[in-house]
Design a protein around this ligand. Sequence first.
Ligand code: ADP
Ligand code: MG
Length: 261
Amino acid sequence: MAQYSIVAIANQKGGVGKTTTAINLGAALAMDGRRTILIDLDPQGNASTGLGIDIGQRHHTVYDLLAGPETLSECIVPTRIPNLSIVPATSDLSSADVDLAQAKDRTQLLRRKLGDAPEGAVILIDCPPALGLLTVNAMIAADAVLVPLQAEFYALEGLSQLLTTVRHVRQSGNPDLRINGVLLTMSDYRNNLSQQVEADARATLGDLVFPTVIPRNVRVSEAPSFAQPVLLYDPSSKGSLAYRKFAAEFAVRLKPAKEEA
Ligand code: ADP
Ligand code: MG
């Protein structure tokens, strides 16, 4: 009986911090000794690149996991961080929506392959900026959804669409799907607007919003070009400290690991 947690990091808006959160939350959990597997479900492959996985290392990708006979363990590539591995993506994933549109059980493809996840693992799925077949596959497979929200005007507007998708997924095969939290990202405390968005989000969403807010921090945006999480690139930066604090809050909200027969 394997026990593990699966969390989809989703928001249909691009540029809100999904990939940055996937990489740095993954790194923080791994550094705390948890076996962590990141699944790069975005055809842009930013999580793969940001963790230093060269194209040459992407023999088996998340596309094979979805559409081929490959198992999870065959698609996993280690990163330079102990305990953190990744199922990388390549651009062939961009045709998945079309390629898989006719597939039988097309929303269950990922869920089926995650059935043999290792004992005690945390699996983080970095979703693409859309609510299409890939994100639905992630939500069908997941125990919970983590929603990064950029602290800017209109931030809350896209949320109702996301929540509609979550409801739909609950009705169509994953009744236990939870939202385990909303993470405010790229907040700028010199800017009144960020504070206002945070106040609005807390008033509307209450405890769903994580106490820790991720500040806008140049070290966070520099780290990917060094193919590293900011936690390695600059461990004492404000961004690193915030992601570590957030990871501790996140770990508390993980459901006592999922049980698979
Ligand atoms: P998404 O995956 O939602 O499209 P990303 O995580 O790729 O968003 O972030 C979008 C851009 O913002 C990237 O260039 C990233 O480096 C930058 N970024 C993300 N979080 C921060 C932050 N806290 N401070 C500064 N830049 C950030
Ligand atoms: Mg991304």
